[in-house]
Design a protein around this ligand. Sequence first.
Ligand code: XUL
Ligand code: CO
Length: 439
Amino acid sequence: MKQFFPDVSKIVYEGKETDNPLAFRYYDPKKVVAGKTMEEHLRFSMAYWHTLTGDGTDMFGVGTAVRPWDNLSDPMEIAKARAYAAFEFMDKMQIPFFCFHDVDIAPEGETLAETFKNLDEIVDLFKDLMAQTGIKLLWGTSNLFSHPRYMHGAATSPNADVFAYAAARVKKAMEITKELGGENYVFWGGREGYETLLNTDMKLELDNFARFLQMAVDYAKKIGFTGQFLIEPKPQEPTKHQYDFDTATVLGFLKTYGLDKDFKVNIEANHATLAGHTFQHELRVARINGILGSVDANQGDMLLGWDTDQFPTNVYETTLAMYEILLNGGLAPGGLNFDAKVRRGSFDYYDLFYGHLAGMDAFAHGLLAAQRLIESGELEEFIAKRYSSYTEGIGKKIVDGEVGFDELSEYAIGLKEITLESGRQELLETILNKYILSV
Ligand code: XUL
Ligand code: CO
């Protein structure tokens, strides 16, 4: 079979002393860490839209990427070349999962029927390539934001025909996700938000968004799709105010509309920071509420206020992320999807390998550091002690619901003095660094 990346061979683990830039230093797929292999913990996934379809276009200039299918002009031929290249790439990278939007994998036809036919042809090819390589589908989704018809939103559009059209696209995307054995289905509310309240019926838009999601749940039952539904929070971009602002907002929305049993969240690191949170904050909110489903692994730029979707290389962040993920008991059926793109100046295909390799090693490093940190119990012991006043006396009565304001007031009047203890943040940061540096 034609090779698209002929001069790159399979990337293997060589250990942290290696000088080979195309070898893993930390990611050792079969290495067992806390009872599971690294591959089982990390469940890496490639994002089709960045790695195969993205070309480096930005607001100021056209694409810069040089790709092995650039000489082709027929859209279906390009789609097929990308499919072969995708599986060769994932196989060489040892990435066991992928994710896609409908529009990433096949060209739009003149009619919806033709678009669906194109999709079916590529899905058949995917099935063969998946069987040959053992690579699986982490999640599928429908792009409800790029085409001009979605300029005012999809499920939250003021135009009911757009709502209906978006439903047809999601129906089809769910069907192909099921056909490919996809383990999850994602809703990122691309343009589900608003620019100005002067023209917006916010209540109707939110009600319609919930109606749309309920229809998806109903349709999954109808066709026997048992994958996990995920909502991906993002605060802004492309709309000024996105309805799925952050995890807490999504949780409130799901509970308001009785959808909380059917959806979890797909946390994206760069979306967390855009919302003014840390990645760890979003993971923690999701985890303690039982809705941590999957992760879009990337990082933003500290100095830029938009979604730069860079490959994650910050081991401080990946350690704290893996800390939450380990305490969550893992992510399965979710995974770590590299919703990340190489920089516009990183234009040849070696950069696709270097980018994924950097992200995989950073998360493998994070896994090892987080595992050591958890095993030591240093943070947990400190935290348990910090809150120990709730395990006895008046604190226990508060927790057990045995007292109200009357009893507490009586207790407080009798208090002689209140003694507080240091939060010891700097000590704890030193402990965290000790485990990160020990890997
Ligand atoms: C956009 C984003 C999307 C979703 C899938 O910021 O993250 O690529 O992950 O639609
Ligand atoms: Co994403």
